[in-house]
Design a protein around this ligand. Sequence first.
Ligand code: C2E
Ligand code: MG
Ligand code: MG
Ligand code: MG
Length: 288
Amino acid sequence: LVDARIERVAVVRDVARVTASIDHIALARDLAGAIENEELFLQYQPKVHVRRQEVTSVEALVRWQHPTRGLVLPGDFIPMAEESRDIVALTLWTIRRSIIDQKALADRGHDLRVFINIAGGLLADPGFVRQVCAIVIESDAKLGFEITETSVIRDPESAIANLKVFADIGVTIAIDDYGAGLSSLAYLKQLPARELKIDKLFITQLTSSNRDPLIVRSTIDLAHALDMEVVAEGVETAAAMALLSVMGCDMIQGFLISRPINIDALMRFLESGGHLPAASDLRMPFNR
Ligand code: C2E
Ligand code: MG
Ligand code: MG
Ligand code: MG
């Protein structure tokens, strides 16, 4: 009887696995056309500078409005885009779209740097780097690239060299998801990064955990010693924000400030300032 049950569980699991991989293939096939069909769009999540009490930059996060599946989030299609190499076209599209939106923001008086997530494999791709440089230099837009240390590890020499090229043409480099992947102090020392983003893994339970505050505080001190600004991602509560501010964290990003939102909503957010957490919650006034 037990054997039969184990067998049945195994069959159900195999069916689930096959279904998932058929699904994966179908989605991967659709992705190739998604860029041409304009099914991708960007949402922006503000980063608030704590001392300057204003939004100084935003992060672009890609979404896929699939014709039959509805909204698909990047966690479900970026990995397959990396496998199929559609990531090159996707990222070039993201950069072009961000530049258009950055200019629209600047026209309305919002001088914000727009950060784009760059997948690891691209950092060692000379064709990609050349195209990006051409686009960035031509547009003269204020951009930033978020990269993970894990993505540098595959081919550190070319990745670091290419990041220096990006930094030289005025792109701000941020290290994303710091502490969650393969963090190496050797890379931290060599990367031309001006921002370090502490992974939300350490932030979402900041005020209820014993160790997270210690890790976060020493990471902030380390980044500052290396002349980098620190961003905390995944800030969901006023208590976390208050603690981060006391610890000297430079920037805050998270649902407390805003979820990722469409460009129109971002304009309204910047112009009303109304959604920023109340000053009394933060023990500091927001002037916007
Ligand atoms: P990421 O760059 O670390 O982005 C942060 C993720 O955390 C986003 O998820 C964001 O919606 C979510 N988040 C923001 N604030 C909070 C918070 O307060 N609490 C919690 N629990 N979550 C929060 P999203 O948009 O699903 O993106 C997931 C990942 O997909 C991103 O992680 C990034 O690595 C990747 N991604 C997004 N857009 C692109 C893109 O255009 N290109 C590439 N290569 N990767 C992208
Ligand atoms: Mg990011
Ligand atoms: Mg991150
Ligand atoms: Mg992440």
